[in-house]
Design a protein around this ligand. Structure first.
Ligand code: ADP
Ligand code: ZN
Length: 709
């Protein structure tokens, strides 16, 4: 397994769960793989395919992408092919013959082809070792990509009763997951669920003021990065794409109003790095394998958290840092509400409202974005600071904003609750525009009373007052500001309001994390890669991923042995591209007098379940020798909390660990009472209630025991 990983894929270690999954499949058992995009699902069937004697069938709905997938495998030296409607009969015949001769290890097919009786019969005549169902959520009507033809895949278990089936999906919702299991009759299969946390993605919500301008500002200095910008309507897609082109960006539109040819072509040019930007409606992106999408921008409010998560998920498949930016405005919220209102079906209406509410809550919240997103999919994320979202990185400072709030509210009162946000700000700033003069609002007391803040600061205050429910916003098309009960408390009863402190500079950019690689060399390698890819008619990432090029631009490999240690350089690529790339790098080093750096690589170690159980057993061993937790920690050079987590696991697995030896019966009783009261999900509330006499370690051990019971 390890040899294959290095030889074919050029990787030196597994991603989380990959090893466990592969081992389970090699035991010829069914498995269900739940991993976020970029989690490394493909390897879970591609590696076993190399170890099995027969052929592995991969079912995928994405005919347009099959060629690229197969090209990727061929570049790694893995005999793969696809059969779909894009091929001529003759060509299909040739491929079938190669399959019959056992020359192919991996075959990609679409579900509708697979279930044709004649084709099924053909497959049954082959030695099939594994069936992998990619994008398996397409079988569920609850999912966002239901495809009726997936329903027929139920026959697989009947037709191939002895062949292990692997279903894979990046869908995070539990309902869909359960549905897939039932539909595919995989109930005996083991489920592997990776965390859906995408550590490399930076989540940010920006108030939408002048989005075109905001996007230009963001793109400044990112001219060579690939990105997707999602918009709600075709019209916006067209105008934004044109607007970006006008500024010299290579951007293309993508929406359902374009012909299939244009869409395919635009997608292709994006994947091949001929253009950097695609401006699209949500029709774009499912299964896009492009690993180096550096940002996904939501120009408009998405319809649901699930959709938003899917779309942002397309960024950073290669696990390099990438941005997910959403432009939020209440005007967008009203627009969507307006659409929902026009729906006929009452159930649909309710669902849509709920989805919108959840999304708006997410945007308004001051809680870590990651925590909210993961919680939405039923995953606990407990770290106090995720270090990679706007809430965690730019914590907001508050100040006593009562006076600012009173100015706003009193202005709304005086303009009689008939005007929107921008008008009220005009009055506060003392703008003598025609509308203000016509309404004689230059005569009221609050006219020009707000010159101490800028327009965008007033906008921020008003938005916050709405969020805090001190102010209402009413109406569909031209929402107007309205006072409510809570406004009265501030205006008449002097209730204090705390607002976010205005930023010194209006748009603070996130502190750029400097990645340490040679950008000039990276650019040169990128050009070289593109030339080679074009010659071979494949996307550039099929030659090498950005991750590989970045490593080359960090270590400056000088010979074949060095190059072999770069991640993603397998034997086949070494032979095929090694010389050209080495030549470029060595030449560059001479020219710029650069010294290569040693490449430090950890040897492959057991990972996943196996490694885990080893470390648990080591702890158990010492426990049996009557050592205390502290002593075990000392002996093993690990933190006490780590040893406690081993204990928790061991207790839950039914090992003979006597909590009585570590926590007094009185304390245990008290802890039990508290957990029964508060539930066992979270530790912090229990700890707070129990006070300083109880340590986290004690509480965790008792909880593990309770869970075991
Ligand atoms: P998914 O299908 O889950 O979205 P992929 O299979 O496309 O993910 O893998 C995501 C990226 O991670 C790809 O660029 C792939 O080459 C890379 N990758 C997968 N497994 C490993 C590994 N063990 N080590 C390094 N890179 C890996
Ligand atoms: Zn966070």
């Amino acid at each position: 397994m390890y040899t294959m990983l290095q030889k074919y894929f050029g990787y030196t270690s597994f991603y989380p769960l990959q090893e466990d999954i592969i081992k389970e499949v090699l035991r010829q058992r069914d498995v269900f793989v739940l991993m976020p995009t970029g989690g490394g699902k493909s390897l879970c069937y591609q590696l076993p395919a190399l170890l099995f004697p027969g052929v592995t069938i991969v079912i995928s709905p994405l005919i347009a992408l099959m060629k690229d997938q197969v090209d990727g495998l061929l570049a790694d030296g893995i005999p793969a092919t696809f059969i779909n409607s894009s091929l001529s009969y003759d060509e299909i015949d040739v491929r079938r013959r190669r399959l019959s001769n056992g020359e192919i290890k991996i075959l990609y097919v679409a579900p509708e082809r697979l279930v044709m009786p004649e084709f099924l019969q053909f497959l049954q005549g082959l030695q099939v070792s594994l069936i992998a169902i990619d994008e398996s959520h397409c079988i569920s009507e609850w999912g966002h990509d239901f495809r009726p033809e997936y329903r027929q895949l139920k026959v697989l278990k009947e037709r191939f009763p002895r062949v292990p089936v692997m279903a894979l999906t990046a869908t995070a919702t539990p309902v869909v997951q359960a549905d897939i299991l039932t539909q595919l009759k995989l109930s005996d299969g083991k489920i592997f669920k990776a965390s859906f946390n995408r550590k490399n993605l930076y989540y940010q919500i920006k108030p939408k003021d002048n989005p075109y301008h905001q996007i230009l500002q963001y793109l400044e200095g990112r001219k060579k990065d690939s990105g997707i910008i999602y918009c709600q309507s075709r019209k916006t897609v067209e105008s934004l794409a044109a607007g970006l082109q006008a500024k010299g960006y290579r951007a293309l539109p993508y929406h359902a109003g374009l012909t299939a040819e244009v869409r395919t072509e635009n997608q292709e040019r994006f994947i091949r790095d001929d253009v950097e930007i695609v401006v699209a409606t949500i029709a774009f992106g499912m299964g896009i394998d492009k690993p180096n999408v550096r940002y996904v921008i939501h120009y408009d409010l998405p319809k649901s958290i699930e959709g938003y998560y899917q779309e942002t998920g397309r960024a950073g498949r290669d696990s390099l840092k990438s941005d997910c930016i959403l432009f939020f405005s209440y005007a967008d919220k009203f627009k969507i509400e307006h659409f929902i209102n026009q729906k006929e079906n009452e159930d649909e209406k309710q669902v849509a409202y709920k989805q919108l509410r959840e999304l708006v809550n997410y945007c308004e919240s001051n809680v870590c974005r990651r925590r909210l997103l993961l919680a939405y999919f039923g995953e606990h994320f407990d770290e106090p600071n995720c270090g990679n979202c706007d809430v965690c990185l730019e914590p907001k400072e508050r100040f006593d904003g009562t006076i600012a709030a009173q100015k706003i509210l009193s202005c709304v009162y005086r303009v009689d609750g008939r005007f929107g946000i921008n008008y009220v700000i005009d009055v506060l700033l003392g703008s003598k525009n025609q509308k203000v003069l016509q309404n004689r609002h230059d005569m009221i007391k609050t006219f020009g009373a707000g010159k101490e803040y800028s327009k965008s600061q007033w906008q921020a205050f008003i938005r916050e007052l709405i969020q805090l429910r001190y102010l209402g916003l009413d109406g569909d098309k031209y929402p107007v500001l309205k006072l409510n009960e809570k406004s009265r408390d501030v205006l008449l009863r002097n209730e204090k309001v705390f607002l976010t402190k205005p930023e010194e500079k209006p748009h603070i950019q996130r502190a750029e994390v400097r990645e340490d690689y040679d950008r000039t060399l990276f650019e040169r390698l990128r050009v070289l890669r593109k030339t080679l890819a074009d010659q071979e008619g494949v996307p550039p990432y099929v030659v090498f991923h950005d991750t590989s090029l970045k490593e080359m631009s960090t270590y400056y490999p000088q010979n074949v042995a060095d190059l072999r240690s770069i991640s993603g350089v397998g034997e086949r690529k070494l032979r095929r591209y090694g010389d050209v790339f080495l030549q470029e790098i060595v030449g560059y080093c001479k020219q710029h007098h650069v010294e290569p750096k040693p490449i430090v690589r950890k040897p492959i170690e057991p990972s996943g379940e196996q490694a885990k159980s080893l470390t648990h057993q080591a702890t158990m061993e010492l426990y049996r020798q009557d050592l205390t937790i502290q002593e075990i920690a000392q002996r093993r050079g690990l933190a006490v909390s780590t040893i406690v987590s081993h204990m928790e696991k061991l207790i839950q697995e039914g090992e003979d660990i006597f909590v009585d030896r570590m926590v007094s019966p009185e304390k245990q009783n008290r802890i039990r009472t508290i957990f029964n009261e508060l539930g066992m999900e979270r530790l912090t509330p229990a700890k707070e209630k129990l006070g300083d006499d109880y340590s986290y370690e004690e509480i965790r051990l008792v909880r593990a025991k309770m869970m075991r019971e």
